[in-house]
Design a protein around this ligand. Sequence first.
Ligand SMILES: [Zn+2]
Ligand SMILES: [Zn+2]
Length: 116
Amino acid sequence: MINANIATLAAAENESLEISTKNLNCVDCHNPFIFTIGEQQFYRNQGFSHEPKRCPNCRTSKRLRNSNKPMVATEITCVECGIRTTVPFLPRNANEVYCATCFKARGYQRVVANRV
Ligand SMILES: [Zn+2]
Ligand SMILES: [Zn+2]
């Protein structure tokens, strides 16, 4: 019984010692990078079971690229005025999509309606 407890304790200690810097390869620039202990702990705390695929440089530039352009651009026809335009989201119901102008106008109408 005591031996079993010691074994469990040793296993738990090994697990915490398991965290060490890892050498990974970036999928974007193919350069090796280090997955630091701090980052591994961060990943663990976030509940991520995967390892980062990109080096810090590529991760940063990817984030910048993503923030510079809209995630999606869907071409739609406004049901109100009928113009062809794009919206920066994926409409749930393509039959009920408004252009930015009509959307704003509708929102305004709703606000006014709520006030009355
Ligand atoms: Zn990279
Ligand atoms: Zn419109």
